[in-house]
Design a protein around this ligand. Structure first.
Ligand code: MOS
Length: 732
């Protein structure tokens, strides 16, 4: 198989998307549709004493009102990171309990959306209120020290060498604390369910990263066989971790549809999503670095306080990445979870790596200034080819090349070291900053099915979801190259329980899980083709061979697993499991890397912070679709700018809940905030993680952007900002 770079093709679904042909879950309009809306709790913790639905029932067009009193026994599908299938273990409306402000307390289904919304607003509950804690600083927040990680997650505590002693003995020490507020994913596509019964069979349209979790979770909640449930999730308008599991409202739509005997659509509005789906937890990071006078980092201590809910433990893996960014011989990472009265937080793009890299990469910049060393040179001097956590070689690490190439493209050599040393013609302070990101090279088992018909269609079904990241384009590019078929002939059946098992797509393993299976399916197809056409030349088109053999179609199905993983892991996903593994494999460890170079300009009077220019160079192994990969980096950098300068889910500790629960007040970057983002890839295949050499890209792209901006702000102003988001007022 050729090892040449992959062709830079257009996004295969681009035209459909711009023409509005692509249907998302909420676009489905089955006949006789009923619309549902949620009523939510107006206290932060306690229980419902009574609930009055009489005014709501009087609204014309209301068909059904569900509350905890009439919904019947409702089981939890369990917390995804505790071995279950839902985003949290707590299922609203299964009891009178209120665990957090904004929790659903009733579902109204009506002939029109307007009637459903009006009626939901008329539902009144009286409550018994209890004391609550909504932030990790609040009185009553409970600290959990967790030495053992739940269910196969790597330990949150990472220790090697004697970091305390090495830090105490170090010539130079840096000691700094960084904070991140809670943030919300805010994909453009809201969480939405369309539930439709025909007899005993339930069909669900919902954008999800985990159609299998919906199927098996709902089967448990509704007490019906999983085979009776079909899930369609062909396109997501963004997932980012918020859609990685069974949501709280899916079962409501299914129950309402069954009771009414008509299809039900429930679109969760943005304001409710801030309270009824996962989010990035608040975290505090203390980072201590010790180095010798030459700039060799000899010790790092990273202690993290991370928010979790009262009912679940969200296992933070921050130190798994900070421990590995450089070849530091002594490391102690320590993680505490703080229980608050919120919904359970979860994965949000680069869930640990974004803040872990903020702490490490800002501290490294501080160290560079203490040593009067160039920040790029200091990083190069601490490069490593060895994974210190597992004491194993890294299968590939081109971070030094990312730094060198990025320096070149950015023009870093013209940078003056001293803060406040660069001014623009308009008087703005110019700051240039650099930081790196890393993300585990995860992988997962998979099942792929490849079907070629004599009519000329080639369909691949594999266990991965299209979230807008471009996996259909990747699959088309790979199948077209490996099978010698035209790109246009390839379609992908994804996120559909009628295809192969659509298990969790997350952890940047979309490609590392589905592509090895897809290539294996192509190989298996060639084997079948050689049986029907033994003399066919290697450049033959399989569609022609099938036609010539007089066959209507050929189909192969293969299972694949990650390096060192038993092939039976591919069978676990048949029952709702996910089977992710990595970044440690037998004999090696795999990470993806990126280096970001950032220019900020700060207006001297208002201190308004702009980011006109970013250069990002990524090492994600082999790039399978250059255009969508570039797009991933753009998206990650924009998000990094958002995390650095804009995003914060605001909490009033007196009331709980999130105050700025819409994207008018939850600030995100707009086009005018974004300048040039120049992207380059190393594009060197990883020799060990899989045959394609692909390591994963979707999350590493965001890691390192915020610290690069923080470091650039220091270079521009001489001020060290350590609490996200960095705003003009922090520079006054
Ligand atoms: Mo991702 S934040 O692992 O869905």
């Amino acid at each position: 198989m050729s090892n040449a770079p992959y062709a830079d093709i257009a996004r295969v679904d681009a035209l459909d998307k711009v023409r509005g042909v692509t249907l998302y879950a909420a676009d489905r309009q089955p006949d006789n549709l009923v619309h549902a809306a949620l009523a939510t709790a107006t206290i932060a913790k306690g229980s419902i004493i009574s609930i009055d639905t009489s005014a709501a029932e009087a609204v014309v067009g209301v068909r059904l009102i569900l509350t905890h009193e009439n919904i019947g026994p409702l089981r939890s599908a369990g917390f995804l990171l505790g071995g279950g299938l839902a985003f949290q273990s707590f299922q609203p409306m299964s009891s009178p309990t209120i665990a957090y402000r904004g929790q659903p307390i009733a579902v109204v289904a009506a002939d029109t959306l307007e009637a459903a919304i009006e009626a939901a607003a008329l539902i009144k509950a009286s409550y018994l209120e209890e004391a609550f804690a909504s932030t990790i600083e609040s009185a009553g927040a409970e600290t959990i020290v967790q030495a053992e990680a739940p269910l196969g997650h790597p330990s949150p505590d990472v220790v090697f060498g004697d970091a305390d002693q090495a830090f105490a003995d170090a010539d130079v020490q840096v000691n700094a604390t960084f904070t991140s507020p809670p943030q919300h994913q805010n994909p453009i596509e809201l969480v939405a369910t369309v539930a439709q019964w025909s007899g005993e069979k339930l069909l669900i349209h919902e954008g999800t990263q985990n159609a299998n979790a919906l199927r098996f979770g709902l089967a448990k909640q509704l007490r019906i066989p999983a085979e009776n449930i079909e899930i369609r999730s062909h396109h997501l308008g963004g997932g980012f971790g918020q859609k990685n599991s069974l949501q709280m409202q899916t079962v409501f739509a299914a129950i309402a549809a069954r009771r009414i005997g008509r299809p039900v659509k429930l679109v969760v509005p943005r304001s409710q999503l801030f309270h009824d789906a996962s989010f990035r937890p608040q975290s505090v990071h203390r980072m201590q670095l010790g180095a010798d006078t030459s700039g060799k980092i000899v010790a790092a201590l990273h202690s993290v306080d991370g928010q979790t809910s009262r009912h679940d433990l969200f296992p933070g893996e921050y130190c798994q990445t900070s421990a590995r960014l450089y070849g530091i011989p002594n490391f102690r990472g320590f993680h505490r979870m703080i229980r608050t009265d919120t919904q359970t937080p979860g994965y949000m793009r680069a869930p640990f790596e974004h803040t872990a890299c903020l702490a490490m990469e800002c501290a490294v910049d501080e160290l560079a200034y203490r040593l009067d060393q160039d920040p790029v040179a200091l990083r190069l001097a601490n490069d490593t080819a060895h994974d210190p956590v597992e004491d194993l070689p890294l299968s590939s690490r081109h971070l030094a090349e990312c730094l060198r190439r990025g320096s070149e493209r950015f023009g870093w050599r013209d940078r003056r070291m001293e803060p406040l040393s660069m001014r623009a013609a308009d008087g703005s302070y110019i700051g240039w900053g650099v930081a790196c990101g890393a993300y585990p090279g995860n992988a997962a088992a998979n099942v792929a099915r490849l079907t070629i018909t004599a009519e000329g269609s080639v369909e691949i079904s594999a266990g991965v979801h299209e979230m807008g990241q471009g996996i259909r384009t990747v699959l088309a590019n790979v199948v077209s190259r490996h099978l010698n078929v035209p790109l246009e002939s390839v379609t992908a059946l994804l996120g559909d329980t009628s295809g192969t098992y659509p298990h969790l797509t997350a952890g940047s393993w979309g490609t590392t899980a589905s592509i090895p299976a897809t290539i294996k399916a192509c190989d298996a197809m060639w084997q079948r083709l050689r049986e029907i056409a033994p003399d066919a030349p290697s450049e033959a088109n399989p569609i022609d061979l099938i036609r010539r053999a007089g066959l209507p179609s050929l189909q192969v199905e293969v299972r694949s697993s990650a390096p060192g993983q038993d092939i039976s892991a591919a069978d676990e996903i048949a029952t709702g499991g996910a089977s992710p593994t990595g970044p440690a494999y037998p004999g090696f460890v795999t990470f993806s890397y990126i280096a970001h170079f950032v220019e900020v300009r700060i207006e001297p009077n208002t201190r308004r912070i702009r980011v006109p220019r970013v250069v990002s160079v990524a090492d994600c192994g082999r790039v399978l679709s250059p255009r969508t990969a570039r797009s991933q980096v753009w998206g990650g950098v924009v998000w990094g700018i958002g995390a650095a300068l804009r995003e914060e889910s605001e909490v009033d500790p007196r009331y709980g809940g999130f105050l700025n629960a819409d994207i008018a007040e939850y600030m995100i970057p707009v086009n005018a905030d974004i300048g040039t983002i120049d992207v380059d890839f190393i594009d060197e295949p990883d020799p060990q993680i899989n045959e394609a050499g692909v390591k994963g890209l979707g999350e590493v792209v965001m890691a390192g952007v915020a610290p690069a901006i923080a470091n650039a702000i220091f270079h521009a102003t001489g001020k060290r900002l350590r609490s996200l988001p960095f705003r003009a007022e922090h520079l006054l």
